[in-house]
Structures are given as structure tokens and as C-alpha cells.
Design a protein around this ligand. Structure first.
Ligand code: ZN
Ligand code: ZN
Length: 280
């Protein structure tokens, strides 16, 4: 089976991708035989409260901490980023290289989103990374740290509620990124309560399907195949594959194993190999 496009990749233009390398990622995409790669660089509009132990970002992460100790990832340098993509398009003419952004909580920042998207990006991923900070009204806490304030299942339920708000908004994004994001930080050694999550997940997927947007199969975990089947049952029309790579070596991670499973769950490649997969 030919590998699908990787439609969720970060380069050094994302504030946390300290090992990001746009040219190196493109070279690896060519080596792997990927038809296309989408650089969906982080765009964050709201600062996050400090986690219980304080900030401990690896060296090289770019952002600012305000007077309340809240961290905001550095803004995307749009002009330099687009110029670098163009340079790589010239270097790798056989590879479709898409510009893109991963908008965090775009539904709370419609004006900023509209302003940013005037640039015109080939792919817009919408996603959620933080939940309301229960100790600081109006603040947000990265999901990882939110487990210190809530029961584990409440983190996932709160996350899905945020996702539904995002989906219900008019935020112009095409693909919902990592619907399973809180499970990346699920407490070690504990079963994931799928029986608790099935109904709210199906509700979330139905709303997403009705909005005409696509679901991302994020292979960072990777996404549980039950969710892909529920997506099909909800009427979902398309899936995107996204490694969420923050370095060239993570590009298309697990795609070879996951793609046949997604096909078995009822989706298949389009005639255009660079396009999203549709219903089989
Ligand atoms: Zn993300
Ligand atoms: Zn990402």
C-alpha cells in the first residue's frame, strides 16, 4: 500500500519544535515516498497557566511568560515560513508541500484567526490543547497539567466539550486535530474508560461530520481504531493522517501499520494521492 500524505507536521517555525527542520523533513518525505506533506505550524492565541511544578520547557522552546506566570508560545513568523516552504518546493519539485497552521482554540479568537488566515494557507488544522484553569478564573491549563485538577475521566470529558465548542463555531478549519490528545497524558497504569467516553465521543464526531470537516488520525499514540469506526458510523466523510512530527525522524510514524487498519475501518485513498482519504 502507498503511504498517505502526512498532513500534520511541525518545523522549527513552530515554537516548540526545537528539532524541527523543514528541508530535512521534505527530504525524508521523498525518501519515504510520501505524496505530500503539510506543515501545520502552531498558532496560539492564549497564554497557559504554569503547571504545578512550574515551567520546564526544553532549551530552544520559544515563548514569553507574563506577569502572572502564564506562558504564550511565540508567534508564527509567517513571511519567513512561507519563504522557506517556497525554497523547499524548488528543491523537491516531485513532492507536494502544503503550507498550513494548527490553530489552538480558534473559536475563542475569531478576529485574530480571520487576520491570520488572510495570508492563505493550504491546510488549516483546528485543535485544543488546554482546559479552563480551575484555580485561576479566565486562565487555561495545558491538558497534561489539567490532570492535577480533575479526575482523569473528567479531563477527557472536558476536552471533548471544548472540541464540540470549537466544531460548533464558524472557525474556518478543515481538519480536527488529535481528538484523543488528553490520552497522551493519561495516568500510567490505568485503563482508558472507553465505556465512559463512547457516547460523548460519538456526539463529538457527529457534530464534526455535520460540519463537513475531516477527522485526523493522529499517529502520535496512535488513534484508537474504534474512533475511526465511530467516525464512519457518524457519517464522517474524510480522514487525514497526521504524525504530529516535531522532527524529521517522526515523519509518517506508524503510517505503514495504521493505514491498512483505517482502510479496514471503511476509508480509502482518493484518486489524487495527495488528497484526504474518503469513505470506502
Ligand atoms: Zn496539537
Ligand atoms: Zn501538532
Amino acid at each position: 500500500m502507498n503511504l498517505p500524505s502526512d498532513d500534520h507536521v511541525h518545523s522549527r517555525f513552530s515554537w516548540d519544535a526545537v528539532e524541527g527542520d523543514l528541508e530535512g523533513t521534505c527530504r525524508r518525505a521523498v525518501d519515504l515516498g510520501l505524496p505530500a506533506v503539510s506543515f501545520t505550524e502552531h498558532v496560539d492565541f492564549e497564554a497557559w497557566s504554569a503547571p504545578p511544578g512550574g515551567w520546564a520547557w526544553p532549551p530552544g522552546v520559544r515563548g514569553t511568560v507574563d506577569g502572572h506566570g502564564r506562558f504564550l508560545g511565540a508567534a508564527l513568523e509567517v513571511e519567513a515560513y512561507v519563504a522557506e516552504v517556497q525554497r523547499c518546493r524548488d528543491l523537491f519539485p516531485g513532492l507536494r508541500i502544503r503550507t498550513g497552521v494548527e490553530l489552538d482554540a480558534g473559536h475563542r479568537h475569531p478576529r485574530e484567526v480571520a487576520e491570520l488566515l488572510r495570508t492563505g494557507f493550504d491546510r488549516v488544522v483546528g485543535s485544543i490543547h488546554a482546559l479552563p484553569d480551575l484555580d485561576d478564573a479566565g486562565g487555561y491549563l495545558e491538558v497534561d497539567a489539567a490532570y492535577a485538577q480533575r479526575a482523569a475521566s473528567d479531563v477527557v470529558l472536558g476536552y471533548l466539550a471544548e472540541v464540540r465548542d470549537l466544531v460548533a463555531s464558524g472557525t474556518p478549519f478543515e481538519v480536527l486535530g488529535h481528538v484523543d490528545y488528553p490520552l497522551r497524558h493519561w495516568p500510567a497504569g490505568r485503563e482508558v474508560s472507553w465505556e465512559v467516553f463512547e457516547e460523548p465521543l460519538r456526539e463529538t464526531l457527529s457534530a464534526l461530520a455535520a460540519s463537513g470537516r475531516a477527522l485526523e488520525v493522529n499517529t502520535s499514540l496512535p488513534l484508537d481504531l474504534r474512533v475511526v469506526r465511530w467516525w464512519r458510523e457518524a457519517g464522517g466523510g474524510a480522514v487525514a493522517f497526521g504524525s504530529d512530527a516535531h522532527s524529521p525522524g517522526e515523519l509518517a510514524r506508524s503510517f505503514r501499520a495504521v493505514a491498512p487498519l483505517v482502510e479496514a475501518a471503511g476509508f480509502r485513498p482518493a484518486d489524487d494521492p495527495t488528497a484526504l482519504w474518503g469513505r470506502g
